[in-house]
Design a protein around this ligand. Sequence first.
Ligand SMILES: NC(=O)c1ccc[n+]([C@@H]2O[C@H](COP(=O)([O-])OP(=O)(O)OC[C@H]3O[C@@H](n4cnc5c(N)ncnc54)[C@H](OP(=O)(O)O)[C@@H]3O)[C@@H](O)[C@H]2O)c1
Length: 237
Amino acid sequence: MSDLTGKRVLVVGGSSGIGLATAQAAAKLGAGVVVASRSQDKLDAAVAAIGPGSQGRVLDTTSDAAVEAFFADGAAYDHVVISAAQTKVAAVRELPLADAQASMDSKFWGAYRIARAAPIRDGGSLTFVTGVLAIRPRKGAAIQGAINAGLEALAQGLALELAPVRVNTVSPGLVETPLYDRMAAEARQAMYERAAATLPAGLVGQPEHIAAQILALITNPYATGSIVYIHGGSALV
Ligand SMILES: NC(=O)c1ccc[n+]([C@@H]2O[C@H](COP(=O)([O-])OP(=O)(O)OC[C@H]3O[C@@H](n4cnc5c(N)ncnc54)[C@H](OP(=O)(O)O)[C@@H]3O)[C@@H](O)[C@H]2O)c1
């Protein structure tokens, strides 16, 4: 994979899970990495895990003002990755409307705000992290599928609007991350075991599997407008 020495990479949502693995992979390729998220504690731990040359900056992507202030110094990035999201998922008729709107605000509008404000150098890239529910709906998760599908359409439009900046999407299936820390440990383990037993890939996705694909898109100058599915085959079964 290409060298990222001298490149500046911002990972929004880089303090945990897929974002953290992406930040670590970019740093290994020589990039100067900035990770952004809401929690200073998580950022401190992430910077320690990523290593020297990395920086953590507090940002809540649900705030218009915070996103604008974050980029106010005008410093440009070569690559921006957005994996930040906090969504509540339940059946449409069960999920309170305010929770559905907050989910959309976090994942869709959060990414939109960053896409609108982030200075990205020509030839650089913007990458969204969506999710396989956009193409493989599941009962009780229609809102998440709609958010992901909206982001994928946005990314393809942005590939035209932001060129020569390249805009791509990576769509994961189930990935073992702190996203599931809120579940009871036994239920979480059962979910992972069920997935490993039924997925064609025969295993549960790890953050590094998704990070590898994000890095592949970042470093491929011909990749733009792409939606790449990394779901262990879950859209097929
Ligand atoms: N894990 C899966 O199975 C899976 C499957 C398909 C798609 N995805 C998608 O992949 C992306 C990353 O998920 P993950 O599993 O890596 O989750 P995660 O481990 O919970 O990480 C989410 C990251 O986003 C940050 N974040 C949340 N809300 C934010 C906000 N408003 N502003 C700024 N940062 C915010 C969190 O840090 P703070 O708490 O410090 O803000 C954290 O760094 C999400 O878009 C998720 O929907 C995940």
